[in-house]
Ligand binder design. Structure first.
Ligand code: SF4
Ligand code: SF4
Length: 491
């Protein structure tokens, strides 16, 4: 029996004290009680906390779990908590401080995040929060999910698949077989959109891809110019921009199992050049998600392109116009990546080409649940980028884009530290995927693809529940909204 896919996680200490959502404040006026609340903190925050002069931070803020016990129990009310402006300033409205902190924690211990008793957040929001998965099978907690006896397979295939097998009279298959790469998780590491990436992080990405049996897409020049651990090369997919000629990377292409190239007028010529050098390599075509991408995706699948990488911007929004990849800008009213991918998935089914092509989707994949949801919408594999930086304690300050110093010196990370942090993050995502699949009663990640019947979409629920009561959903104009507000304020 083949070994079960397993990701080895282990705790890795932070290099820098990360900003926490709250900071502790302490006033003077201590009575010197014999049973001081400081001695009773079950997390030993007051005993272990130290001021770190280099980072100008008190580690107590990082250790504190904000249970507020000391705040409530001190007789003189000397302790209080205040929201931390450094924490609130991180990221943006999509990559929220809460998401950033959750990813730090998963990279640090590799565990599934637990939020305590019940979910306290909203039940709907933008992006992936508009999709709910059907977890009706969760009634068997001892049997399902990561605690269960049944193995849940998370592997995925990248490449073209034959629609049917044809056998000769001796029982041998006669139709062409295509190169296929099997990966242990339906995840590949994408190009990083920013980051002061140094040797340590570069090597760590290659080693992680090898350890987890996945692929990492890397810039072709970076692969040529830097040393990579030799045995990781089979897990690295060089990316060639439209203006980079294949012949310049002959030696590299002969060593790898996959190559990613930009879509463009010469894409088919480029694919055949790559196949002439490495027949067994899978060629992935990078296609920006834009309104016209659906037609292009079907056309490329008809032309026997084996894998498409559909990418949105880093918040998951589609682009205004995908025809000129050098001038990609977000659309004024963009659709979210899940909707754009679902449209392409459905168009490929209608064209009878869905299994002839693998769809990799990227843009806005921030949490483990997003991987499951984008697969549900029709992708085979999700590509992750910013979470890899966050695993290395990136704060999304974007200083690196302006050549300013990185507050966590990401260019200096040690290979092993960084590798284990990324492995921990993806280990936690693997465990969460198994939880989701188990709860949905699905035993294989491949079977999750396009299972829209196992998901609920806010727009449909709204239509079904409120449509019969209020009729067609009405979009209010700004004037109408202010008129309604005035009427309400008069009441
Ligand atoms: S809030 Fe809770 S965890 Fe934090 S220092 Fe006080 S008692 Fe300890
Ligand atoms: S912490 Fe800031 S400077 Fe460092 S990699 Fe992240 S975004 Fe760039």
């Amino acid at each position: 029996m083949p070994a079960k896919y397993h990701i080895h996680v282990e705790p890795v200490v932070d290099r820098f004290l990360s900003p926490k959502s709250y900071v502790a404040l302490e006033r003077d006026g201590c009575l010197g009680c014999l049973e001081c609340v400081k001695r009773q903190c079950i997390y030993d925050v007051f005993k272990q906390g130290k001021y770190n002069p280099e980072q100008m931070r008190d580690s107590a803020d990082s250790l504190c779990r904000n249970c507020l016990w000391c705040v409530q129990q001190c007789k003189r009310r000397l302790f209080s908590r205040q929201s931390n402006p450094d924490f609130a300033a991180m990221g943006d409205e999509y990559w929220t401080p809460k998401i950033i902190a959750a990813l730090w924690s998963q990279a640090s211990d590799g565990k599934v995040p637990v939020s305590g008793a019940g979910y306290t957040g909203p039940f709907c929001g933008p992006g992936f929060d508009q999709i709910w998965t059907d977890m009706s099978e969760i009634v068997r907690p001892t049997r399902d999910g990561i605690h269960g006896r049944e193995y849940i397979n998370t592997s995925a295939d990248i490449g073209r698949k034959s629609r049917r097998l044809i056998f000769d009279k001796d029982g041998k298959t006669t139709n062409a077989s295509y190169p296929l790469i099997s990966i242990g998780l339906p995840v590949v590491i994408n190009l990083l959109p920013f980051g002061a990436v140094g040797e340590g992080l570069r090597e760590a990405i290659g080693l992680t891809a090898k350890e987890l049996n996945i692929l990492a897409i890397r810039d072709a020049d970076e692969l040529v110019e830097h040393n990579w651990p030799v045995d990781t090369i089979g897990h690295l997919a060089p990316y060639l921009r439209a203006d980079q000629p294949v012949k310049q990377y002959t030696k590299l292409i002969k060593q790898v199992r996959a190559v990613e190239i930009d879509d463009g007028p010469k894409v088919l010529e480029k694919i055949s050049e790559i196949k002439n050098l490495a027949e067994e390599a899978v060629v992935i075509v990078r296609l920006p998600l834009a309104p016209e991408a659906v037609k292009r995706a079907v056309k490329l699948a008809e032309q026997k392109v084996e894998t498409l990488h559909l990418f949105a911007d880093y918040r998951g929004n589609e682009f205004e116009d995908g025809n000129d990849s050098a001038k990609l800008s977000s659309a004024a009213n963009p659709r979210f990546v899940s909707e754009a991918v679902a449209e392409i998935h459905e168009a490929l089914i209608r064209a009878g080409l869905r299994d002839a092509v693998t769809l990799i989707a990227s843009g806005g994949i921030a949490l483990a649940e997003h991987v499951a949801k984008i697969i549900l919408c029709g992708a085979d594999v999700a590509a992750v980028d910013i979470p890899v930086l966050l695993a290395n304690q990136c704060r999304m300050c974007l200083n690196c884009r302006e050549n300013k110093p990185c507050p966590v010196e990401i260019d200096n990370v040690q290979v092993d530290w960084s590798r284990q942090r990324i492995v921990n993050l993806l280990g936690s995502w693997h465990a969460q995927m198994i939880e989701v699949l188990g709860a949905m009663g699905i035993r294989e990640a491949r079977r999750l693809r396009g299972e829209l019947g196992r998901a609920m979409f806010f727009r449909d629920l709204e239509k079904e529940s409120f449509g019969p009561i209020f009729g067609q959903r009405k979009e209010f104009t700004t004037e109408e909204i202010s008129k309604i507000k005035k009427q309400i304020s008069k009441r």
